[in-house]
Design a binder for this molecule. Sequence first.
Ligand code: ADP
Length: 611
Amino acid sequence: MSRASRERESTQLADVPDLRTLFATSFWGWRLIWNESAGLVIAIGFVTVLRGVLPAALALVIRALVNTVVAQINAGVADWGALVPWLMSGFALAAVEAVARLVNTYQTLRLGDDLHLRVTTNVMEHAARLDLAFFEDPSRQDLVQRTQQNTGPRFAKLVLETQTAATSLIQAVTLLGVLAVIEPRVLWAVPPFAIPFFLFQWRLAQQRYAEEHARATKRRWTAYHTSLMTSPYSVPEVRLLDLGPLLVDRFRELMMEFRSRDRALHRRNLTGSWVAALLTLAAFWGLFAHVTLQTIAGAATVGDLAIFAGATGRLQIALEQVIRSLSGAYEQTLFVQNLREFLGVQPLVASGAVPVDDRTAASIRVENVSFAYPGSEQPVLRKVSFEIAKGETVAIVGENGAGKTTLAKLIARLYDPDVGRVLWNGVDLRELNRKALHSRIGFVLQDFGRYEGTVADNIAFGDWRRLLDARPQVEKVARTARVDRLIGELKDGYDTLIGRRFGTVNLSGGQWQQLAVARASARDASLLILDEPTSTLDARSEFELFSRFRELAAGRTTILISHRFSTIAMADRIIVMEEGEIVEMGSHDELIAASGKYAALCALHRRQLPW
Ligand code: ADP
């Protein structure tokens, strides 16, 4: 191994949890498994122990059978009756062993399925509790990737490996006991090979885990390249730019790196395993030769010889299995640690306790708010203060990157300010129940959702608990938002399945945005946040939104973010932002009269182009 790869490996191994964490994770994982199905775990344990003792019992029966046969040959008699009980016992034990193995497989598969369901659901539920900031942080994305990658099957594997390790351990100990009675030196022959092989496998498990742990970012890159090549949203541009060969090259390069490192690990495993297997075999065959000599000398029976031949083979397999499964269980526990880490992440934007009962328009007060995105030093908002009265419509304008969307996200409490506070009807957002607060906010975000599903779903999602099964109300919302005409033109109306992944129809950007506006108005909201709500609308749709805006905003406080002056004109008051600060505030006429930034922006907008 080169020095560089040795260094890389030791850095990676630093990511392997220490033994204390491992025990805690193991305890955590097994408690989850126990809580999922204690009865099944007990049943698996019972069958496991049964399977463990059966080979030794079978070996003893065969020994007795062979000894009886030899005694009859020596005595010159043929007493079939004396053999039958041993033959019957042997058959019964072999049959129980075969059935127990099948039962064990069924049990672990069943528990594996239950655990898969439980764990994946836990991950989804926990993801639903976490902050937006968590998912926007690239380093956290690695944890998400590690958690998503086979976490469910990892639990099933942990159970399987532990169960196999337990069966094999009992088998190895009982077989060793039986063999030790015939040849005690067998006890000395096992540890010198078993212990180094165990340590070797343990280390290999750490290396495999560390390798996969370090791969998370690159795995995300491969998934990204695949999605660019296959997503209906990216394929048009990928085709026109002919990015296919480049993306395939980048993908292949990463996959080849994975493959060559995996190969190195497989090779290491192969080398270590065959050395261990050969040495153990040599020791067992040496002992076998010794027992053969003893049998000839009359110090051991032929039954002993027969049992030694059969049982050493099984012992070797059982020993190898114990070691592989124990290190396998260890490896799975390391991976389970990823899940534990993910489920241990707590939302930073915690919910307060104060209910949000007032169903009228909200007043908003932003007090001296400063904010930088997590992981960034650069402040995006600096000492921002303003107030919006109940029922008022305020437009926020400014150049790209001025901080308008960020401000709206702080008001919706997707983040908390670093300094200052935002008040909702005089109460700090941090004190309010977050879910209740969100239910009082209707919004059209810049990246508005395009939900794969029916048109009705796309509107009902605005308040799904109330609207999902209430078609007349959905139709009413659609009429108010004036998207009913658009829906009427679709083949299956409200039941038309839309979207590029599952839909039968795909809508234009503007049509999706009209549905997003309808979804926002489906909520009985106290605050409406519209971030570029007309960015993809055609002139007529924009005019329609404009003409029904008063209706939509009635009884609500509204924040409008827009570059379009036709949209800004809907506002009572305008806030002008520049580089995270408020530079002007007032009505359209006041700001024009002030001849400041807003007036300049307006003039720019109105200026006739020279051609
Ligand atoms: P605007 O809406 O005025 O165009 P934004 O509020 O979207 O501006 O962005 C303000 C600044 O914050 C920009 O410099 C942008 O790069 C940065 N920014 C926006 N979103 C994030 C984010 N999720 N993480 C880090 N920086 C961000």
